[in-house]
Design a protein around this ligand. Structure first.
Ligand code: ACO
Length: 194
């Protein structure tokens, strides 16, 4: 982790090279027809790291289909992008429909640094969303498998997620399991800062 932050990333959040190395054969997910991050099946589709220019390609509007985004200005977006790029460990990954320059899918791997398990890394799957008009075409599977393989690629010993009950089956087909005695997600809510 963090190695790629020393090379020039341009406006990519992380090195796009990382996505070319992923071995989709390692995932239990079944794709029919077969697609991968490097070959998403349509020549107008690309799976890549988030770029600054995605602010103008509907990235935040896509996230609004998942949860409240709020009124994030371009400069606020850019500031957060810079913070994520400099800290490393934020792998926001998107699918673009290049015909319309629109972001149609997204998922994030965040990497948490630990002391335990010999200074290990733990991955977390966050903010998975596919534009509603593109759902049911394997793109959800594609983006989740992409960031899950990426977690392994950057050295995580496990990858975890929180989701609504109705999505458990979806994630099970992608290799995630409810572990007996260890499947409780708990939250403490705070007032959102204004
Ligand atoms: C960790 C997290 O971020 S959890 C938050 C997940 N995101 C959301 O809930 C946002 C709103 N929902 C979405 O954006 C989409 O519905 C997603 C991302 C959940 C799925 O995207 P899609 O592109 O439709 O998924 P995809 O086409 O790959 O579907 C894969 C399979 O899961 C099933 N599936 C997809 N969505 C759902 C759902 N909401 N409930 C139950 N099953 C589902 C599909 O039927 C399909 O099954 P099949 O392969 O047997 O036909």
């Amino acid at each position: 982790m963090g190695m790629e932050k020393n090379i020039s990333l341009g406006d990519y959040l992380y090195s796009p090279e990382l996505l070319k190395r992923l071995d989709f054969g390692k995932s239990p997910a079944k794709f029919n027809p077969k697609i991968t991050a490097a070959n998403p099946g349509e020549n107008w589709m690309i799976v890549r790291p988030l770029r600054r220019s995605d602010f103008d390609k509907g990235f935040l509007q896509l996230l609004a289909q998942l949860t409240t985004v709020g009124n994030v200005s371009k400069s606020e977006f850019n500031e957060r992008f810079t913070q994520m790029q400099q800290s490393g460990g934020y792998y926001v990954t998107v699918i673009e429909d290049t015909r319309y320059s629109r972001i149609i899918g997204a998922a994030t791997l965040t990497v948490e640094q630990k002391f335990i398990h010999n200074c290990s890394l733990r991955g977390r799957l966050e903010d998975v969303v596919v534009n509603d008009t593109y759902r049911g075409k394997q793109l959800g599977k594609l983006i989740v498998v992409t960031v899950s393989l990426l977690a392994q690629e950057v050295g995580c010993y496990k990858m975890s997620l929180d989701c609504k009950d109705k999505l458990v089956k979806f994630y099970e087909t992608l290799g995630y399991t409810l572990e007996a005695g260890n499947s409780n997600a708990m939250n403490m809510r705070f007032e959102e800062p204004s």
